[in-house]
Ligand binder design. Structure first.
Ligand code: ADP
Ligand code: MG
Length: 623
């Protein structure tokens, strides 16, 4: 008798569980299912991603609703479209033997009338993202006045994304006496606040240790110069020929850029972020699931909760703004008892963050060196040798064998090996033979903050009230000045004004670039501040050391773009990359239309897609 039978689930649900091949309930399921079946209670459940939370609330909800009624009885709110669709799918699977069941997904970016008409047919359960849900309630397309169960899934992430107000608004349309089930991987203050505000004396379920990641994940970091991030990424990929990975970037723009560069360099990569249409995202996810894509470059929001098995590596191309997010990222690998590696590419100034993350995950990072060129060549060579060894002989070749023998007659076995392997090896060798060492030596104390002695602090008359968080301001300054990520540092935004630093040598240019630029209807006034800024470490999130890079233009060899352009190679459309001053600023990778200050720059045509890319490692990775 499987343990699922002991949880009190009905036969038709157990049947679906058997069909899905679930054998034993996970810890959160074991704790939540009986509790929710037996009680009408609010719960707060803390469990890591990948612990089976969907089934933990899904089965009790399916058992408790009345499928014969067409009234909406259950509402599940989740942060992203992907998750919303994933949960809807899971629920449909769980409830495949529940007669009359109708689960409808409600999310932005798809036809609202289609969704409304599905709901009109009678949806006992609605799975929704907060934005669209609020919208549809406002238009009276959805009635949740009779719901009995409300799930807040990935509550921490919803709050991170700024959905607090939407959730409040939505819940104000729901009955007081419903049960609220909150699920979250982490428990920041905001989540406890929401629990206090919307819940009555919730029961608590905690699975594993709070905030720590999977036991099966090894954490590594690689320290490189700010301009070498991309090269480092390529080497990490080349060192792991069978890599199947998610690569996290901080913004949609970087996500798009890195994916494009990888594609141009011949990797099977694609971008996943909120600026793609739903259709494009579905396509990307489909190719990723079928392994046609080996490297999925994604924002945190877009990749949140996505459940793809056997991801070998998570690569943090940049660390997340909120270090808590690291747990979610690394949780994409090491699932279902398999082992995985989470790699972080950092610059010297980010060492402190590694220490902070170690505290959260309660595990130590291994500091590793980015492999040098010859190491990679060697790895690739033996990868090929093993591939040859394990390849099944295609006997179609047999008929040609006499002629092949003739062609190759003069060579000994050794010579033949050399020649065959040179075909592949030489490409790597040519690319990597003169490759430099990318590793940067850190300080033993991990302090890492190399404060630029010749830095200048600026005062600008815009701040949070103008919809600028420090990251936005940093992006804005970088966009207008073309300075690199680490050239603009100690960015501090207040309500109505802000500060940031750059090296002294840039000061004239920085002032000229920003003075008079209009942002959200306000004209920037910039001056050099007397205050030099804090010299010690910043006490809050975000980096900002004084690493002196010259912008983050990607290094690497010559320009061989033409070769692959327009070929059948590129599978996904570029996003709507605009160059020039009136690009819309992204707020980190927050999704949807919220945030994102628009500014009018006076400089035009500022940034162009970089065309000085590395060219090595070109190869097709499919099949
Ligand atoms: P979470 O929401 O906690 O991140 P999910 O509910 O998405 O996790 O579940 C992760 C994966 O594990 C899904 O593919 C799901 O089908 C699978 N799964 C859930 N419960 C079980 C179980 N008891 N046995 C095997 N697989 C399970
Ligand atoms: Mg989930």
């Amino acid at each position: 008798m499987s343990k699922f039978q002991e949880l009190g689930l009905q036969e038709n649900l157990l049947q679906a569980i058997t069909d899905m091949g679930f054998e034993t309930p996970s810890e959160v399921q074991e704790k939540a299912i009986p509790l929710l079946l037996e009680n009408e209670t609010d719960i707060v459940s803390l469990a890591q991603t990948g612990t089976g939370k969907t089934a933990a609330f899904g089965f009790p909800m399916l058992q408790k609703i009345n499928p014969e009624s067409r009234t909406t009885q259950g509402l599940i709110l989740s942060p992203t479209r992907e998750l919303c669709l994933q949960i809807t799918n899971e629920l449909k699977n769980y409830g495949k033997y529940v007669k009359g069941l109708n689960v409808v997904a409600v999310y932005g970016g798809a036809s609202i009338t289609d969704q409304a008409s599905k709901i009109k047919k009678g949806a006992q359960i609605i799975v929704a993202t907060p934005g669209r849900m609020k919208d549809m309630i406002g238009r009276r397309m959805i009635d949740i006045s009779k719901i009995e169960y409300c799930v807040l899934d990935e509550a921490d992430e919803m709050l991170n994304m700024g959905f607090y107000e939407d959730i409040t608004e939505i819940l104000s349309h729901s009955p007081e006496d419903k049960s609220t089930w909150l699920f979250s991987a982490t428990m920041p203050k905001e989540v406890s606040t929401i629990a206090k505000k919307f819940m009555n004396d919730p029961m608590e379920i905690t699975v594993g240790t709070k905030n720590t990641g999977s036991k099966n994940v090894t954490h590594e970091f690689y320290m490189v110069g700010a301009r070498d991030r991309y090269q480092a990424l390529k080497r990490l990929a080349d060192t792991n020929p069978n890599i199947f990975s998610v690569i996290f970037c901080r913004t949609k723009r970087d996500t798009q850029k890195v994916a494009e560069m990888l594609i141009e360099d011949g990797y099977s990569a694609a971008a996943l972020h909120g600026d793609l249409s739903q259709n494009q995202r579905d396509l990307v996810m489909k190719s990723f699931r079928n392994r046609q894509i080996q490297m999925l470059v994604a924002t945190d929001v877009a990749a949140r909760g996505i459940d793809v098995e056997d991801i070998t590596h998570v690569i943090n191309y940049q660390l997340p703004d909120e270090i808590e997010t690291y747990t979610h990222r690394s949780g994409r690998t090491g699932r279902a008892g398999k082992s995985g590696v989470s790699m972080v590419i950092i610059t010297k100034s980010e060492q402190r963050k590694i220490k902070a993350i170690e505290k959260i995950i309660q595990k130590e990072f291994i500091k590793k060196d980015v492999p040098n060129g010859m190491e990679i060549c060697e790895i690739q060579l033996f990868h090929l040798a093993n591939k040859v060894k394990n390849t099944d002989v295609n006997h179609e070749i047999d008929t040609y064998l006499p002629r092949l023998n003739e062609v190759l007659e003069e060579f000994s076995k050794e010579e033949l090996i050399k020649k065959v392997f040179s075909v592949e090896f030489t490409r790597f060798y040519n690319y990597y033979r003169k490759a430099k060492d990318l590793n940067v030596q850190g300080r033993a104390d991990g302090g890492g903050e190399e404060y630029s002695k010749n830095s200048v602090r600026y005062f600008v008359n815009v701040g949070r009230k103008d919809d600028l968080e420090w990251m936005d301001l940093k992006d804005l300054v970088r966009e207008l000045t073309q300075l690199g990520k680490d050239d603009v540092f100690h960015v501090d935004t207040m309500d109505t004004f802000s500060f940031f630093n750059t090296d002294e040598k840039h000061s004239e240019m920085v002032i000229a670039a920003l003075q008079g630029v209009e942002i959200n209807g306000r004209t920037i006034d910039i001056e050099i501040s007397k205050d030099k800024g804090r010299k010690g470490g910043r006490g809050r999130k975000g980096g900002g050391g004084g690493f002196k890079g010259k912008g983050d233009r990607r290094g690497g060899g010559g320009n061989r773009r033409g070769e692959r352009r327009g070929g059948g190679d590129r599978k996904f459309d570029k996003g709507d990359r605009k160059s020039g001053g009136d690009r819309k600023f992204e707020k980190s990778d927050r999704e949807g239309d919220r945030g994102g200050a628009k500014f009018k720059g006076k400089r035009r045509g500022a940034s162009k897609p970089s065309d000085s890319k590395g060219t090595g490692g070109r190869r097709r990775r499919r099949g």
